[in-house]
Write a protein that binds this ligand. Structure first.
Ligand SMILES: [Zn+2]
Length: 239
């Protein structure tokens, strides 16, 4: 039997094309070239293009088989060659593996929450949240040794989000509000809470759960937006 090839998968399977593609995505999202690609892929919920396309193909295959009540075998070869015998949600498994490297606990609802709760309609807080999840802007210790806000501690993300005195009120207000919305956020640092909200929270479909989730995301986006604006103001003054 003739082997069915999917050219786009063959092209995307080669690593130079993937590098170029993710460089292009960074440009499109106005993220600096040196942004960690793994972190960016995770924040976007696209672990790898090949995996992403194969997962789409599997879904379409299942849809076709359900609608027409016949097996669609022509793509079996290419699916097997690309992912082997891996079963289950390959996209989720891939994201989970990347998440492990950063010590994030990726919930199986993560991709659905990205679309339904986190990036729902465009506001400028979206771009800043993505930038933040990629650890970009404001936290470069190689550029600014000291925190630009307090000028006392090292300029790391943990210090700025969890400890910086200049954000004390905003941080405490946000933690209090988030604790009221979701008990899982209690006894965690703010950075851990934001990571939990982004990657590890379950998608609740109840009216109340949806309302609380949306409110939490909105509060986090506002906090991050204000933090970046504060940085921008200080940087502007120094020029
Ligand atoms: Zn500081």
């Amino acid at each position: 039997m003739e082997e069915h090839q999917i050219p786009v998968l063959r092209i995307l399977g080669s690593s130079p094309s993937r590098v170029v593609f993710f460089r292009f995505i960074k440009k499109l999202l106005k993220l600096p070239k040196r942004t960690n690609s793994e972190r960016m892929k995770l924040a976007l919920g696209i672990p790898d293009l090949c995996t992403y396309l194969i997962s789409r193909l599997i879904k379409l295959k299942i849809k076709y088989e359900n609608v027409f009540h016949e097996e669609l075998n022509i793509y079996n070869n290419v699916i097997e060659k690309t992912i082997g015998n891996i079963k289950g949600d390959i996209l989720y498994n891939s994201l989970k593996n990347i998440g492990n490297n950063f010590e994030y606990n990726i919930h199986e609802d993560f991709r659905r929450r990205l679309n339904k709760r986190i990036y729902t309609w465009y506001i400028d807080g979206d771009f800043l949240l993505l930038r933040f999840m990629c650890h970009r802007g404001a936290f470069r210790e190689d550029i600014n040794k000291k925190c630009l806000l307090c000028e006392k501690e090292d300029n790391g993300i943990e210090h700025v989000i969890n400890n910086c005195n200049k954000l004390k009120k905003e941080r405490n207000d946000l933690i209090t509000e988030l604790n009221k919305l979701d008990a899982n956020t209690k006894n965690k640092t703010l950075l851990k809470v934001i990571e939990y909200y982004y990657y590890s929270k379950k998608l609740s479909n109840s009216k109340d759960g949806k309302k609380k989730d949306n409110k939490g995301i909105k509060l986090i986006k506002t906090f991050i937006k204000n933090m970046y604006y504060l940085y921008g103001k200080i940087k502007g003054k120094k020029r």
